[in-house]
Structures are given as C-alpha cells and as structure tokens.
Design a protein around this ligand. Structure first.
Ligand code: ADE
Length: 251
C-alpha cells in the first residue's frame, strides 16, 4: 500500500523528507520532484504540488498513473471562513468544492460540467484516520512542538479541529468583501484554499481514496498576507509533519 503525500508549499514537505528512509529515490516529472521511500514504516511518495488547482490536478494524476499510489493525502494552509474558527485551527475536509467554477447558464454554479456534481467527498475511513491524527496532535503534541514564543507570536490558543466543507479556487482571498460573499454563497464552507478540490476531483475520477487537511493560517481578510511565510515556516510545517507522523504511525 503506497500513500501519496501532497503539500502545496515547500516548507511543509521539508520536515517530512527528513524522516524518509535513506533508500528513498527521487524522480523528476513535469517540473516536480517525486520522493519515493518509507516514512514511519509506510511506503510513500512525497511531492510538492505548488499552488493552484491546475498544479494540484497535474501532480495528483502523476501520483496515480506513474507511481500507482493507493491513497492520496494532502496538507496545506487555508484562510478561515465563518465557522473555520481561529488561526491555528485544523480543518479536515469531509467534502470539497470549487468556489470559482461557474458554467452558468449551461450548468449550475459550482457544478463540474459533465460530472454532474459540485461537491466531491473525501474517503470516510481515510478522513477519520486523519481526524484522529489531527486531534491527537493538537491534544498531545501542540504545546511540546510549538514553543511559547511561537504560540504567542501567532496568538495560538487552544486550537481546535473542525470537519466539514473546504472551498478551493485559483485566488488568494485577502479582503473582507470577498469573505462576506463566500460566507453568503457557501455558508457550509469552513475555509478557503487553492488546491484541495482539484485533488479530490482527480481522485474521484480515478477511484482513488483521498483525504485533505488544512491549517488555518489567516482569516482571508485584509490582513491575510501578513506573516504568511512565517506562519508557514514556524507553524504549518510543524502541524503537517506532526499530523502526518501520527497518520502514518496509525496506518
Ligand atoms: N491559503 C491560505 N490562506 C488562504 C487564503 N486567504 N485564500 C486562499 N488560499 C489560502
């Protein structure tokens, strides 16, 4: 059983790669490096998808066709919407949708033309395993892995785990007007990011189970861009590595 591990940004996979066994190999395909090996006893292929839905879809197809992965797990950052909670919370998707897909008047808003569906569910078993890994990380590892200074700097207090819909689109949401629009049109969406729905759609089309987890890095408002790289380096990469460690150890 081989697990494809996708991250959108480099900092997130750097710490995962540190735990990859020495016999791992790297293949360069379509401007991406695919690292094959074992992490915590599991066969994995780790890859940096880069940003956006096209990048994520291309990466997922390669993982499935060239590496025959049995499952796909993606980690990354997200902007929190109404019920997405606070910065530092984790969202595990039960389903995803493309908030910028609009084929009207020929197809309903958000629906993927010719697939007749807008929302793509994550695999329930994989999703529950990811939820358990995220919950134990927050309960048992959070304080140990993030020092007091980092927690204070990003005002991280009792981060919580949410499960629900994630909305993806090829746009960084960084203003409160856009947030209000998304909240009104997609009240179920917990957070917004730029890749997850593409990964889930490709996995659906190939019949490969997948699960997606996001760390809330900002509130998608006018301050969303501040501290983005610092958050990625000091918080999100610690979260991703910690949750994936627990996820793989439980596999
Ligand atoms: N990823 C992290 N924050 C985001 C935002 N505000 N919009 C889109 N993707 C994001």
């Amino acid at each position: 059983m081989t697990i494809g591990l996708i991250a959108a940004m480099h900092d997130e996979i750097a710490s995962l790669l540190q735990h990859m066994d020495a016999y791992g190999s790297v293949r360069h395909i379509g401007m991406r490096d695919y690292y094959t090996g074992q992490i915590y006893g599991q066969d994995v292929v780790v890859v940096l998808a880069r940003v956006g839905k096209v990048a994520a879809a291309a990466t997922t197809v390669t993982l499935i066709r060239d590496f025959s992965v049995d499952t796909v797990v993606m980690t990354g950052l997200a902007g929190g919407l109404a019920r997405g909670g606070a910065v530092g919370d984790i969202v595990v998707a039960d389903r995803l949708l493309q908030h910028d897909l609009d084929g009207r008047p020929f197809w309903p808003q958000y629906q993927v033309p010719l697939l007749d569906q807008a929302e793509f569910p994550c695999d329930p078993t994989l999703r529950k395993r990811l939820e358990q890994a995220a919950a134990s990380f927050l309960q048992e590892d959070f304080e140990a892995r993030l020092d007091t200074d980092t927690r204070a700097r990003f005002r991280l207090k009792n981060p919580t785990l949410h499960t629900g819909m994630i909305a993806s689109g090829d746009r960084f949401i960084g203003d409160s007007g856009a947030v209000s629009q998304l909240q009104a049109s997609l009240p179920a969406a917990l957070c917004v990011e730029m890749e997850g729905a593409a990964v889930t759609q490709v996995c659906h089309e190939y019949g490969v189970p997948c699960a997606i987890m996001r760390t809330v890095s900002d509130r998608a408002d006018d301050t969303a861009h501040l501290d983005f790289s610092a958050f990625l380096r000091d918080v999100a990469s610690v979260y991703s590595a910690g949750v994936i460690q627990r996820f793989l150890e439980a596999a």
